[in-house]
Write a protein that binds this ligand. Structure first.
Ligand code: GLU
Length: 305
């Protein structure tokens, strides 16, 4: 293969935590799967701190997450990037969307939308109230329409989403001026040349939105693999809000083994007594994305908090 061919085929993956609190078991699962998937392809793995939402960013959380990743033995390529320093790229993307006539200002409140909308697959479907209102202020929404978005998710299988009917025109810049996650992640994944996105299935319905933006911005679409979401014993998604325990500062070996099991891999019992390096050696040698289940079983309190 030529050097150019090698470059074209190079795998680039990423882990993109929001620094709203310390790393917990759910985020450890996403980090582990995206890391092993990248390394098993001889690819690069990047860490991006998704700190766009200033008010939700917890002081010190980004450093804490990076320290915990190091404690667990993760190694990333290049410099860690932060969305809060990338505003110019998002502004440029908005300008390009606007030049295509794809955006409009929306002044509807959450309450107005909730009262006037049908429920879609991921919350209320925006009814298009401000579509032709010619407003000059407020949040910016991107128009949806046209053909349904279809893609093959490497874990979840075929996904088909009629954005206009099931999700509606969605926000790319908030009324308070913050860029929306959907816009920022689309721009960053393209800027970093990410070829495959491996993350939790709570974001499965974000993928069609991101593919829509990729099409409007003439950006390539990465492959997607959406992992089962870690639930606590009550069936709630693990999150800081539901009190998921931080994984930092604890013995990484049993937690990493639990993450591998959660991901459908079958580390032998004997690995419990092994050192961290040995667990990683086993994981690198045995990682198979096809063994990852579509849905998760609840994780024991011992692991999650
Ligand atoms: N920042 C998101 C989170 O922490 C992940 C976004 C993504 O992987 O696309 O849930």
């Amino acid at each position: 293969m030529t050097a150019a061919g090698d470059r074209a085929a190079a795998y680039r993956g990423r882990f993109a935590p929001s620094p709203t609190g310390p790393l917990h078991f759910g985020s450890l699962v996403a980090a582990t799967a995206s890391f092993l998937q990248a390394r098993s392809r001889g690819g690069e793995w990047f860490v991006r701190i998704e700190d766009l939402d200033g008010p939700r960013t917890a002081a010190g959380a980004a450093d804490d997450i990076l320290r915990t990743l190091e404690e667990f033995g993760f190694t990333w390529d290049g410099k860690v990037t932060c969305q809060s320093r990338n505003g110019a790229a998002y502004a440029d993307a908005l300008a390009r969307l606007d030049a295509r006539g794809a955006l409009y200002h929306c002044g509807c409140t959450r309450r107005e939308i909730a009262d006037s909308s049908a429920r879609g697959v991921d919350g209320p479907v925006y009814p298009g109230t401000c579509r032709d209102a010619g407003r000059r202020q407020g949040a910016l929404r991107v128009r949806t329409g046209g053909e349904a978005i279809m893609f093959h998710d490497l874990v979840q299988g075929e996904v088909r989403c009629d954005l206009a009917r099931e999700i509606g025109d969605f926000i790319v810049s908030r009324a308070d001026g913050l860029y929306a996650y959907q816009l920022a992640v689309t721009v960053d994944d393209a800027a970093q040349g990410i070829t495959e996105v491996v993350r939790g299935a709570d974001l499965l319905l974000s993928a069609p939105r991101q593919i829509h933006l990729q099409k409007l911005l003439d950006l390539p679409s990465p492959a997607y693999a959406h992992l089962p979401v870690a639930l606590d014993a009550d069936g709630q998604k693990l999150s800081k809000q539901t009190g998921a325990a931080p994984v930092g500062g604890r013995d990484p070996v049993p937690l990493l083994i639990a993450a591998l099991r959660f991901l459908g891999q079958q580390p032998p019992e004997t690995l419990r007594d092994a050192g961290l390096d040995e667990v990683w050696r086993w994981a690198h040698g045995h990682w198979h994305l096809r063994q990852v289940p579509r849905q998760a079983l609840p994780v024991s309190r011992h692991t999650t908090g």
